[in-house]
Write a protein that binds this ligand. Structure first.
Ligand SMILES: Cc1ncc(COP(=O)(O)O)c(C=O)c1O
Length: 489
């Protein structure tokens, strides 16, 4: 390195020259963002991104500085007006939570402290430890179990399934790979299981051929007798069944697999019982669902999201694992640059990297900690129960509207329905309902998403939204019928 003296004679920093300017802008941003959220109901549920905004977002990387006020103006002009809309009361697409104003502030505080919640003696490590304890209490997992916050449901499932793969086979898979196991390793789940389980099989080196997709009944719940037949057939062939993934709320229809029966099957065949409870595990907080979801407590592991049905800002999901030792054995690594000490900064709780794939990690735990304190668990139970009641209400509205029909029974917080018209073929109805979904969105009325159930295109409403009100579902039904009528007139 040449010119060291010269470079160091004019040291630079990325901190502002004018702290007052950024302070004032920050105050302005908070005012604007709170106004934005407070008035979100007056905005369309979704609006198209105009071409000029898309063009603006194709600019090359900036080489020179730009004023922060101007950058904020660009944000307000080209970015802020075009959200996906999951902050809106009539957003029910895919499964996306709403977020909260206090969650916004928590994100700011987390970014201010900017810890790497990976290793060390600092408060973020203890906040995450406490949050994990709270989440264990929430789902009635024993204190001795372990867990980790991850980016979302997909990572939560992958993390748990890696532990299952390593532990249940009893082989040293970390060293020898899946070749250490004789016979094909097999994982079971229903045809309604989220695609992230396939991805997990891919990244675990098993391949999707190892995932047995068991058929479902008319309520979209796994057929347990077919599961047993499949396991026995694998055993006969000399394959190595190791895990069963049960659904606490399928992504398509919200169906809950018969978890108690699955638990019995797992015990009989010595399978790791994992529950994908991405959103549905949270319904455990609601008295009417406590029994049906009781088996979640008995599972070896559970994956769930806090950015879905706990309405916390993206991203944050969680995996809990009963056998903390098996969890640690699946991920713990030693490296000279990651030594822990008895005292000083390198002391602290067991490094988080020993429980998951990631090393560097942000301070997701703070928004969970602050949100849980702000509302208390009881308030979450009320909000979740309200969303379920709204789904049943929507189901009733659909049933009473002669131009609409339900495509799946409502069992939790998801409603799948379609517009129907005498004499229309399945193909015509599929095309028509797809057009209805796009018009509902383009007209800014509401944002359902879609799925295909038994070949039928369904308008799919997944309610994990604390801003939705009864009247929002009345609007959805009225407007679906109106658009359907206009399109078929
Ligand atoms: C049942 C289920 N599992 C897993 C996932 C994946 O979660 P994420 O999108 O947070 O990765 C979802 C997402 O909707 C889901 O509904």
């Amino acid at each position: 390195m040449h010119n060291v003296k010269e470079i160091l004679s004019k040291e630079e920093t990325l901190d502002p020259e004018n702290w007052n300017e950024i302070r004032q802008l920050g105050h302005q941003m908070i005012d604007d963002m709170m106004d934005y959220l407070q008035n979100i109901r007056q905005e369309p549920a979704w609006r198209k991104i105009p071409e000029d905004a898309k063009e603006f977002l194709k600019q090359d990387i900036p080489q020179k500085p730009q004023g922060i006020g101007e950058i904020y103006d660009e944000f307000k002009k080209y970015i802020l007006p075009y959200p996906g809309g999951n902050i809106h009361p009539r957003f029910w697409a895919w499964v996306q939570g709403t977020g909260t104003p206090f969650g916004v502030l928590a994100e700011m505080l987390a970014a201010t402290m900017n810890p790497n919640t990976a290793i060390g003696e600092h408060s973020a490590m203890y906040v995450e430890t406490q949050v994990l304890r709270w989440l264990k209490q929430m789902l009635n997992y024993p204190e001795t179990s372990s867990g980790i916050l991850v980016s979302g449901g997909s990572m939560a499932n992958i993390t748990a399934l890696m532990v299952a793969r390593n532990h249940r086979t009893g082989k040293d898979i970390r060293t020898r790979g899946v070749n250490a196991v004789s016979g094909q390793m097999v994982l079971y789940c229903s045809t309604e299981t989220h695609s992230c389980v396939d991805k997990a099989a891919e990244v675990m080196g098993l391949g999707t051929d190892s995932v047995r997709k068991i058929d479902v009944d008319e309520n979209y719940r796994i057929k347990v007798d077919e599961l047993i037949t499949s396991i026995e057939s694998d055993l006969e062939k000399g394959n190595s069944p190791f895990c069963m993934v049960g659904n606490a709320g399928t992504v398509n229809t919200g169906a809950i697999d018969p978890l108690n029966d699955l638990l019995d099957v797992c015990r009989k065949y010595n399978l790791w019982f994992h529950v994908d409870g991405a959103f549905g595990a949270l319904a455990k907080l609601v008295p009417e669902y406590a029994d049906e979801l009781k088996a979640v407590e008995e599972a070896d592991s559970v994956a769930f999201d806090l950015h879905k049905w706990m309405y916390m800002p993206f991203e944050v999901g969680c995996t809990l694992i009963k056998n903390a030792k098996a969890h640690r054995n699946a991920f713990a690594a030693t490296a000279n640059y990651l030594l822990t000490h008895e005292r000083g900064l390198a002391a602290g709780p067991d490094p988080m990297g020993n429980y998951g794939l990631e090393l560097s990690r942000g301070f997701k735990a703070l928004k969970v900690w602050m949100s849980l304190k702000e509302h208390g668990l009881e308030k979450y139970a009320v909000a979740i129960r309200q969303n379920i009641a709204q789904a049943f209400y929507l189901g009733e509205l659909v049933s009473h509207e002669k131009s609409l029909e339900l495509l799946a029974p409502v069992s939790m917080n998801i409603v799948c329905y379609r517009y129907i018209k005498d004499g229309f073929s399945t193909e015509q109805l599929n095309k028509l309902n797809k057009e209805i979904v796009m018009q509902l969105q383009e007209q800014g009325i509401a944002s359902p998403s879609s799925t295909i159930l038994n070949g039928n295109y369904a308008i799919r409403v997944a309610i994990t939204n604390h801003r939705s009100k009864k009247e929002d579902f009345e609007i959805l039904v009225k407007e679906t019928a109106r658009i359907g009528e206009e399109l078929t007139a």
